[in-house]
Design a protein around this ligand. Structure first.
Ligand code: NAP
Length: 217
């Protein structure tokens, strides 16, 4: 599977890239700048000791991939969606964005669509299968790719097959994924991130996460 990670030059993208590349997926780091994407890809390849990751501009990365992942700050959500709308049609699109209030990241500032995930689905249209995942997983923990992460990944979206694909991709990186329902569930999943940020501050940690109990494993 070819996976493009748009905005993969930041905090959240490289950990996803490393974990999937090590699990055998073909990864493309996307950026507004090809040079920045190539630089980060080269750094990650050096870390793994294998040339498994490439870098491209976001639209080229999206065009070359089967699955597209969005890891940009919410302030760049719509502009990045616009830049790749044509390239992601009919693909599975994993939205990791969390609409935190830029003035206070302990609070949410949800878009009129309800959540970033629903906004992406509405903007990209019904052909693109938008799935929310990884909103509640700390970049700090993801980046330490040789360490297991003690948390669940809530996955939601309106297309059952696309969700199954994403749940499989989460499992490939050694995390457990839970089907949390339709795209509408992303209102809660994205919102949980603001609570995790509060917990990180309150308990002076970098990677609080969530674990669901009471369901068969
Ligand atoms: N960090 C975490 O622990 C964490 C955890 C869960 C969810 N998330 C969510 O994941 C998303 C990414 O988080 P992050 O911490 O990785 O963000 P980040 O490091 O601040 O930014 C990621 C990348 O987005 C691109 N970007 C930044 N500003 C942009 C703009 N104005 N227009 C277009 N692209 C822009 C940049 O790539 P280029 O400059 O190379 O284009 C940047 O490297 C956010 O929505 C965040 O809420 C983060």
């Amino acid at each position: 599977m070819k996976i493009a990670i748009l905005g993969g030059t930041g905090e959240q993208g490289p950990g996803l890239a490393l974990r999937w590349a090590m699990a055998g997926e073909e990864i493309i780091i996307g950026s507004r700048s090809r040079e920045r994407a190539e630089k980060v890809a080269a750094e990650l390849n050096a870390e793994m000791g294998k040339p498994l990751i490439r870098g491209m501009e976001n639209p080229q990365a999206a065009a070359a991939a089967d699955i597209v992942v969005l890891t940009v700050p919410y302030t760049a959500h719509l502009s990045t969606l616009k830049s790749v709308k044509a390239q992601v049609q009919a693909k599975t699109f994993i939205d990791v964005s969390v609409p935190l209030d830029p003035d206070n990241p302990r609070r949410m500032k949800m878009p009129p669509a309800g959540s970033a995930t629903e906004e992406a689905q509405a903007y990209l249209g019904p052909e693109t299968k938008v799935v929310a995942a990884f909103q509640n997983v700390s970049a700090h923990l993801l980046r330490d790719h040789q360490q297991a992460i003690d948390c669940d990944v809530l996955v939601c979206g309106n297309d059952g097959e696309a969700k199954k694909t994403v749940i499989g991709l989460v499992a490939k990186m050694g995390l457990s994924a839970i089907d949390a329902g339709p795209a509408e569930s992303a209102r809660v999943v994205e919102g949980l991130t603001s609570i995790l940020i509060r917990l990180n501050i309150r308990y002076k940690v970098k990677g609080s996460g969530i674990r669901i109990t009471g369901i068969p494993r």
